[in-house]
Design a protein around this ligand. Structure first.
Ligand code: PAF
Length: 298
């Protein structure tokens, strides 16, 4: 794709119809979205960091069913990575991403450079609370949701979509973004879409490419253990014992477990019994150098 920065559709290097507009600047984004807003029908936004897989494409397909215009943002957001994390090595696959989005009939790809998102002198940060401070991801990645909330608030402000589609795979993120959009009156309906899984149960993730062959073979244990824990909770077993057993089984399989927790599905507050409300089981664990997260409803 090179460095296209134009409201116009890219040169005819592709044979497929309906090439998405690619915008790299706010001026070009505004020109395209002004036209979309003048039309009847909704605008949907799917926010991504690129390296698109079938899970992202399911979000785009879902967006297509809900809106007349679908915009996909591709931006590897530096502010949500800690210095020791994988920002530099995070997979960047714009050409393949663009081809996949074109095939799905996406209308606009919003791909700002870091200097467009964070110009010199940028000094404002959204600090989410509520579901962002419940000792799950936030305990192990304390910088993370501030970066996510800041960039997603900016993306919502820049694009002004009617709806925004997020994967349930990043369940805490979904709750943080939903809360943030409501609290800041951003007038966007945030919709969660179920996790897409490999046939063996492993949740699709851009980071799965980091797994060695042997780790990939063990990785589906994460989902199997979650399902076993959910079944035991439904059978009336004490939640604390169930999650402790689940974590121990993961450790035996070679995972280093950050957390395996049962939480209220909306607030993410700890629960001790199904009487506390709808339960979501959430897990994060490292397999070798790859950190995997997953969750399921009980
Ligand atoms: O889930 C992601 O890919 C990112 O956290 C998001 C929402 C695009 C913000 O950078």
């Amino acid at each position: 794709m090179g460095n296209i920065d134009s409201y116009e559709r890219p040169p005819e290097r592709f044979t497929m119809p309906r090439q998405p507009i690619v915008a790299h600047t706010l001026t070009n984004l505004d020109r395209a979205t002004a036209r979309f807003r003048s039309e009847v029908g909704k605008i949907a936004l799917v926010t991504t960091m690129g390296a698109l897989h079938a899970g992202h494409l399911a979000l785009v397909r879902f967006a297509r069913t809900k809106a007349r215009r679908v915009i996909v943002s591709i931006f590897v957001n530096p502010t949500q990575f800690a210095p020791q994390e994988d920002f530099a090595s995070y997979p960047r696959t714009f050409e393949a991403d663009f081809a996949a989005l074109q095939a799905l009939g996406v209308d606009l790809v919003w791909a700002p450079a870091a200097e467009v998102m964070y110009p010199p002198g940028f000094a404002t940060r959204v600090t989410p609370e509520g579901p962002a401070v419940v000792a799950l991801e936030d305990k192990f990645r304390p910088h993370h949701f501030g970066g996510v909330a800041t960039v997603v608030a900016k993306l919502f402000t820049q694009v002004r979509p009617h709806i925004a589609i997020f994967g349930e795979k990043d369940y805490q993120q979904l709750k943080v973004v939903t809360r943030m959009a409501a609290d800041l009156d951003l007038r966007v309906n945030v919709i969660g879409v179920p996790t897409v899984r490999e046939p063996d149960g492993l949740a699709l993730s851009s980071r799965n490419v980091y797994l060695s062959g042997e780790e990939r073979a063990r990785a589906p244990t994460l989902h199997r253990v979650l399902k076993e824990c959910a079944a035991r909770i439904l059978n009336g077993k004490p939640i604390a014992a169930v999650t402790a057993d689940g974590a121990a089984e993961l450790e035996r399989t070679g995972f280093v477990v950050d957390y395996l927790a049962a939480r209220h599905a909306e607030t993410l507050a700890p629960v001790t019994s199904p009487r506390d409300g709808p339960i979501r089981l959430l897990v994060a664990a490292k397999l070798g150098r790859t950190r995997l997260i997953d969750n399921i409803a009980v």
